[in-house]
Ligand binder design. Structure first.
Ligand code: HMG
Length: 434
């Protein structure tokens, strides 16, 4: 199906039905997935009951779209699953500016998973390390034999190393898991190596498990931002660019700030990881471990103001071992819709999209923090949430939001009271007319 080029300006102002109709009209989704959205088709209970234990229901979250990401020369409409107001707005805002500045470019450094088999009570650590490395070819063969289906698909065990850390002898195996995240695959391989590793070392097995510190699945997303998008006033734009660079330096220095800075990055990353049915705990764990790779927890992204070229340059590198096959992917109708919306990318392409989203999210947050402050935009959207919570109908929301933002207390009680006033006025006008 050919996906048509389109203008996304004002997408957020359309009604929910209009948004779905637009996706259908522009052939951005298959008719089955348009139908899934129209009928809000969710994870069936019977499927949910097979996925986790003691199931008594399912749990829903908003499924949204951040349109118009230009990544490596291709347009993406990115599905977000998030409960937090302003995340999708911020990502859309950043995507728009970055597209006009040339878009994102990405580099996939590699896509291998790492497993570890840990031995203890090893009588002679150094000798065992040497003996294991001598048997590397046989161990790689054993790992492949434990999971032949991945070898048939072109993947399999790629490398093996042994390291001594304190009293432990740790054997690391890197595995090409193709389109899968590969946790089961790697765990099966690691367990299969254990008997021979025990024999070679004379030690005891402690554990055999995949590592979520996926340093062999790194991806880098980069972008440039034209200064004119920071402010129409050149001097102000330069000040904002300089402040964004300082914000990035601060996150590299102060772990308290780094944690919030990275939380902002994961606002976007988690939303896409969840939408695409991936394991967000694994991605979070890997990302945070990578943020502390030199011993101090630091911001994951870097921004620099290039005075000569008058552009702001950003980049983000982190492990992104996402999958497009396996796990719960394929079981959940919303997950299928998410993959379709992205054009059914492969695992590497999906990783590139997710890293770009992380960088976009970070840009929007830093831009807001170093200019108007986070509350201005956040509160606008918080007000919208309160309006909906108060029971406002779609056509009542804009007026209620604008009055709420002027109110002294931004809370549910105020929202309910303003809504009541609006409805009283409306029925008064109607009575007046009749
Ligand atoms: P604005 O300048 O008022 O936006 O910014 P606008 O109304 O002029 O609209 C511009 C574009 O933004 C729109 O274009 C949309 O693309 C998007 P259009 O569609 O009109 O052609 N946009 C929206 N998209 C969907 N729904 C909306 C919507 N509004 C605008 N309702 C904005 C408003 C919120 C974008 C801006 O203030 C912003 O980016 N703020 C940052 C918000 C943020 O980062 N939120 C995350 C939660 S806070 C947090 O947890 C992270 C943090 O702590 C991380 C850190 O410290 O680093 C901040």
């Amino acid at each position: 199906m050919t996906k048509k080029v389109m203008n996304w300006t004002g997408f957020s102002k359309k009604s929910l039905q209009e948004r779905i109709n637009l996706l259908a009209e522009k052939q951005l989704l298959s008719s089955e997935n348009v139908d899934n959205l129209k009928h809000n088709r969710q994870l069936p209970l019977e499927t949910a009951n097979q996925m986790a234990e003691n199931v008594v229901g399912t749990h829903s979250l908003p499924f949204a779209l951040a349109p118009d990401f230009l990544i490596d020369g291709k347009d993406y409409q990115v599905p977000f699953v998030t409960e937090e107001p302003s995340v999708v707005a911020a990502a859309s805002f950043a995507a728009k500016i970055i597209k006009r500045s040339g878009g994102f470019t990405t580099v996939i450094h590699d896509r291998l998973m790492i497993g570890q088999a840990v031995l203890y009570q090893v009588p002679n650590l150094k000798k065992s390390q040497k003996d294991i490395m001598t048997q590397k070819a046989q161990l790689l063969m054993l790992a492949d034999k434990a999971y032949p289906s991945i070898v048939k698909r072109g993947g399999g065990a790629r490398d093996l190393t042994a390291e001594i850390k304190e009293d432990f002898l740790i054997v690391y195996l890197t595995v090409d898991t193709q389109e899968a995240m590969g946790a089961n695959m790697v765990n099966t391989m690691m367990e299969a190596l254990m008997p021979l590793l025990e024999e070679l070392s004379g030690g005891q097995q402690l554990m055999a498990i995949l590592s979520n510190y996926a340093t062999e699945s790194l991806v880098t997303a980069s972008c440039q931002v034209d200064l004119r998008f920071l402010s129409r006033d050149k001097a102000k734009a330069q000040t904002f660019a300089h402040k964004i660079e300082l914000a990035s330096k601060l996150a590299k220095t102060d772990s308290y700030r780094a944690s919030t800075h990275n939380k902002g990055i994961f606002n976007g990353i988690d939303a896409v990881v969840m939408a695409t049915g991936n394991d967000w705990r694994a991605i979070e764990a890997g990302g945070h471990a990578y943020a502390a790779k030199d011993g101090q927890y630091r911001g994951l992204s870097a921004w620099a103001f290039d005075q000569k070229q008058q552009i702001l340059k950003g980049s983000l590198t982190l492990p992104m071992p996402v999958a497009t096959k396996g796990g719960s992917i394929g079981l959940n109708p919303s997950v299928r819709t998410a993959h379709d919306l992205l054009g059914n990318p492969n695992a590497r392409e999906l990783a590139a999209v997710i890293a770009s989203v992380g960088l976009a999210q970070n840009f929007a947050a830093l831009k807001a923090l170093t200019s108007t402050g986070i509350q201005a935009g956040h509160m606008k959207l918080q007000a919208k949430s309160l309006a909906l919570l108060a029971g406002a109908k779609e056509k009542e929301v804009p007026t209620l939001v604008s009055q709420l933002l002027k109110a002294k207390h931004l809370n549910l009680e105020t929202a309910q009271s303003i809504l009541q006033n609006l409805r009283d006025q409306e029925s008064g006008t109607k009575i007046g007319k009749s």
